[in-house]
Design a protein around this ligand. Structure first.
Ligand code: PEP
Length: 262
């Protein structure tokens, strides 16, 4: 089987300004990336600025780096004040969208079902989706990690499996991000073997529900306090198919994470 395409993505969250992002774009445009890095067929990379700045970033950023949104709603348009749609993200040049991030789940009370609906709508619109799942520290400490992850995963799978497409088409643009909540923004990264154990369990679960072929091809990426010091070790794990970077993506080291971890 061909190696799964290693993907590195970032989440800028609600950070940056036009001037800050312009500097960051120029820094990326100058970076001497390895020829495979940024090749959508081999090693895709994307950055996710706040949605207001996506168009500006897309217009100014080198084309081998994709741009993504951090959220979108599950309707195309209508009376949904404050929301943006997957269609709008596409319209301003985004190729990716992050859905189900823990901050959306906890601060904005998004349910598993909301996330399932968003995932299918974004896929149908033609966006590539990074669907996040993760357990809290207390869930890990009470040994319910897999129970929580499988519940979150099931809601995504139930919606995706309902799409009127063949299995390959349903899954080709969907990436699962394992983001332990206790590792996000805390500096407390999962040990590579901890990440591997969970990624392998998620893959097994996908296999049980969707079949071996989907399980072998779906990409499962790790996010949570990834930095230059730990990226390579995490990336070496068999079932870690990419990295999702928050805080470090706003610092110059993120260019090296792209380069080093593939
Ligand atoms: C995130 O919020 O998705 C994330 C991975 O953040 P950090 O890298 O800062 O832990």
């Amino acid at each position: 089987m061909a190696r799964r395409k290693f993907i590195v993505g970032t989440n800028f969250k609600m950070n940056g300004s036009r001037a800050f992002l312009q500097d960051l774009v120029e820094n990326l445009n100058r970076a001497d990336l390895d020829s495979n890095v940024g090749n959508e067929e081999v090693h895709p990379i994307f950055i996710s600025p706040p949605s207001l700045y996506i168009e500006h970033v897309r217009q100014n950023l080198r084309k081998d780096i994709a741009v993504g949104g951090q959220n979108c709603f599950w309707k195309s348009s209508g009376a949904f004040t404050g929301e943006i749609s997957a269609e709008m993200l596409k319209d301003v040049g985004a190729d990716y969208v992050i859905l189900g991030h823990t901050e959306r789940r906890t601060l904005f009370k998004e349910s598993d079902t909301d996330i399932g609906l968003k995932v299918v709508h974004a896929l149908q619109t033609g966006l590539k989706v990074i669907a996040c799942i993760g357990e809290t520290l207390s869930e890990r400490e009470s040994n319910t990690t897999l129970q929580v992850l499988f519940r979150q995963l099931q809601a995504i799978i139930d919606h995706v499996q309902n799409l009127d497409l063949n299995q390959e088409e349903k899954w080709k643009d969907l990436v699962i991000a394992y983001e332990p909540v206790w590792a996000i923004g805390t500096g407390r990264v999962a040990a590579p073997e901890q990440a591997q154990e969970v990624h392998a369990a998620i893959r097994r679960r996908v296999g049980e529900i969707c079949g071996l072929e989907v399980a072998e091809t779906v990409r499962i990426i790790y996010g949570g306090s990834v930095n230059l010091g730990n990226a390579l070790q995490l990336a070496r794990e068999r079932d870690v198919d990419g990295l999702f970077v928050g805080g470090a993506s706003l610092r110059p080291e993120f260019v090296q994470i792209y380069m080093g971890a593939g």
